[in-house]
Design a protein around this ligand. Sequence first.
Ligand code: FAD
Length: 362
Amino acid sequence: MEGVLGGGPPEAADVVVIGAGQAGLSVAWHLRRLGLEPGAGFVALDRGPDSGGAWQFRWESLRLDDAHKVDDLPGMREMGLSFATADPARPAREVVRDYYERYERWFGLNVVRPVRVTSVSDEGTGLLVATDKGDVAARVVVNASGTWARPFRPYFAGAADFRGVQVSTPEYRSAEDFAGMRVLVVGGGTSAVGFLRELEGVAASTVWATRRPVGFVDDPQAGVRAVRRADEAARAGLPLPSIISGTGLPATPENLAARDRGLLVARPMFTAIEPDGVRWADGSLTPVDAIVWATGFRSELTHLAPLRLREPGGGVRVENGRAVREPRLFLAGFGPQASTIGANRAGRAIARQVMAELGTGA
Ligand code: FAD
């Protein structure tokens, strides 16, 4: 993909978009549609080597299926492209990388990569976006940096002394890496379920531990409620709740069958990790060779630290995608927007507010 100014970021742009995953591309598309040109109008910077946001790094066996549905980006249909009709046999990471790359070209979004944003600071009249390829002066910044690089692993006594293998979701490559091992999967989300289903028959055994009891639900309103809870937390500047804790896991025939044959039956969390296994509340020990931590993610916001956005409650206050403490900063794909459908809708709402902030109307 071609960048602007010979492959590096420009020295100034009205709007800098940090990250070109679903959220960043959606914002960029809407900004373009509202009249901003790539380059002096807006520039999207991404540290990844390729298109696809975090999807380009997901494990090979992950497919777009019932559990993993990616919403189309705005304007994709006019290209004759839709994830709904993508080849279900192709790895999701390939499909998304391919479709996003074509999308960026088709709409001339000129994402500049690889460029890592290291900090955003207040320069009085504007914001200074520092990168590993030079600084960019911006009037408005849209942060769409996602969560992939910040997997969350809960603290457990003894974890450092565990003699087996420990990986978090972004490090998981394939079930074959765990062939013949006794594997503990931790976490109550879709990733954990996917890992357990892949490991069945490849690992010697699996055991599943979750913080809360697992429910398989068929409730279309569950997602709406979970998003509302995330929105309330973002508005209050509180740590964001896990979306899956509000939605439950999908009651697909595959999941229900896996539950009935004993694969997807979760135990409450263990109390300690020992060198050769985990200790449960009843005092028993399960020996394991590997622990897969599918325990969620946190927003990647360290580069925004100079703006001092953190509230005493530990979160960042965000209303309708805008940082309450810094009105020139928007957060796309954050909190209630942290899914592909949420990220998409946010793109439109944020782009309109950005145009208003620039004083050009929307
Ligand atoms: P990302 O896709 O992570 O994009 C952020 C981009 O910002 C990345 O390209 C990154 O390189 C870049 N970046 C970050 N920091 C910097 C920096 N400092 N400088 C420059 N660039 C930076 N959601 C769904 O709707 N459907 C699903 O099926 C689904 N499946 C999922 C499966 C897994 C395993 C996980 C972990 C999440 C899943 N999600 C799913 C949620 C997922 O977060 C969204 O689908 C979507 O990828 C989020 O898009 P995004 O643009 O916010 O973030």
